[in-house]
Every structure is written in C-alpha cells, then in structure tokens.
Design a protein around this ligand. Structure first.
Ligand code: NAD
Length: 246
C-alpha cells in the first residue's frame, strides 16, 4: 500500500506520515525538500519505506512530477492525503490580491490538482481513498481569516463534489476539519507573546482542555484512509477537541 502526503515536512502532515509509515509506503511531499527528506528518513529509521519529494501543490507540472516519482518508486497510488497549507491573516479590507491568490492557489487549486492527478488511476483500479485537509474554520465565522476560511470552505465543497462523482467508482473521499493544532502554522505571522497567549486561550476554551497534537489528527487520517472507514465518504470529520459541535 502506498500513500502520497503533501505538506508532510511539518506539523499535521509529518505526524500523519510517521503514523501511516507503520503500515504503508509513504511519499513525503513538500515545497521544503530538505524537510521532506528528513521526515522520510525518520520513517525509514523506524523500519518503514518512504521517499521525500519536492512539490508546489499549486503548480500542475510540479504535482505531475510528484505523482510520477511516487509511481516510479512505489507503483500505483492507493491513497492521498492532500494537506499542504499556509495562512496569511488580515482584516478583509487589508488582504492583498496576491495573498488572496496565494491562499486560493495553495489550498483550493492545490487540492484540486492533487486529487485530479490520482483519480484516473484509482478509477482504473476501482479503489482508492483520499483525505483533504479543510478546517473547523470551513464552517465557523472567524475574524481576520477571510481568505483562509473561504479556501477551507471551498475544500469542503470540492471534497463533496469529488465524493459524489467518484464514490460510485470505488473511491472514498473525505475532508478533515481540525481545530487548533499545535504546529508551526499557528505561530506563523505572530510574535512569540501572541503565540503563547493564543495557546493559553485555546487550551482554556476547548472542551477537551488542551490544544490538539499532530498525532491526534494523524489518527483520524489513518482511520479515514483505512478499511475501518469503509462506509464513510463525502464527510467533514473534526478532530477538534470539541471546539465546534454541529
Ligand atoms: N494547525 C492548525 O491549527 C490547523 C487547523 C486546521 C487546519 N489546518 C491545516 O492543516 C494543514 C497542515 O498545517 P499545519 O498546521 O501542519 O502547518 P505546518 O506549517 O506545520 O505544515 C504545512 C506544510 O505545508 C507545506 N506547504 C505550504 N505550501 C505548500 C505548497 N504550495 N506546496 C507544497 N507544500 C506546501 C509547508 O512547507 C509545511 O511543511 C494545512 O492545510 C492547514 O491549513 C491546520
């Protein structure tokens, strides 16, 4: 079995790569090639098989190269975790057009290109599983995050559209909506003090009383990509500490 994970050099992607590496061959894909190779090395040191590759998920040629390298190393792609992401926070009247485009291209176009690049082969084989990273923010109103939340809602919608078309062909497609997970993304664009204050705020407010860890999300991804989730498709599943209940 063989999975491609994007954004796998860090945070949720890395945690998922390490967990899935126990039972699958893993293509560790990231725009940070050194980081991707480091995580692939961690998987191999634990006895698994992995390949670190560079990808820009917003670029069709780069995604094509990633999938070609994956097939060359490990054969047909059984599973995809389309997870790469970034954030640029700003009040809506201050979001630049270039930041808006960056957010949409990384998240929405990135998920579109990655899914499109593996679906054809999955249809030929009549099987496959995909998880796309959305967010709790897909369905919450969140100040200062208009581009990010719009992109995450689009990923949820895209996931449902793909699931509607491809579940009848044997491919399960789901999205995850993590709550606040302690990764470098949460610190990006914030001062050290802001980051500490935010972590305290989240921990106090969450029903589970702590922020999430990449491993919490990795367990959800592992489940959704496994046969234990054989009757689940088109869903937004929330490893979120109870942040959002609906
Ligand atoms: N951390 C959270 O609280 C949280 C909550 C909900 C959703 N998410 C989502 O989870 C995903 C992973 O985030 P994380 O928290 O692990 O962040 P992270 O910053 O630790 O990891 C993100 C990874 O994506 C890579 N990446 C960014 N743009 C890329 C591109 N164009 N092509 C290839 N790789 C690229 C980065 O290099 C990085 O390694 C993102 O989609 C994020 O939006 C995070």
């Amino acid at each position: 079995m063989h999975v491609i994970i994007t954004g796998a050099a860090s945070g949720i992607g890395r945690g998922s790569a390490l967990r899935l590496g126990r039972r699958m061959k893993v293509v560790v894909a990231d725009r940070d090639l050194a980081g991707a190779r480091r995580v692939a090395g961690e998987i191999e040191a634990a006895g698994g098989q992995a390949l670190g590759v560079e990808v820009d998920v917003s670029n069709r040629a780069s995604v094509g190269d990633m999938v070609a390298n994956a097939r060359k190393a490990f054969g047909p792609v059984d599973a995809l975790f389309a997870n790469a992401g970034i954030n640029r926070r700003n009040p809506i009247d201050q979001i630049s057009e270039s930041d808006w485009d960056l957010m949409m291209n990384t998240h929405v176009k990135g998920v579109f290109l990655c899914c499109q690049s593996v679906l054809g082969e999955m249809v030929e084989r009549g099987k496959g599983a995909i998880v796309n990273t959305s967010s709790d923010f897909a369905i919450m109103g969140v100040a200062g995050n208009a581009a990010y939340t719009s992109a995450k809602t689009a990923i949820y919608s895209l996931t449902k559209a793909i699931a509607t078309e491809f579940t009848p062909k044997g491919i399960r497609v789901n999205a995850i909506g993590p709550g606040p997970i302690d990764t470098p993304l949460l610190a990006s664009g914030r001062s050290a003090e802001q980051h500490v204050a935010l972590r305290q705020k989240f921990s106090a407010a969450l029903p589970l009383g702590r922020m999430g860890r990449p491993e919490d999300v990795a367990m959800t991804v592992d489940f959704l990509l496994s046969d234990r989730a054989s009757y689940i498709s088109g869903q937004l599943v929330h490893p979120n500490g109870g942040q959002l209940m609906w």
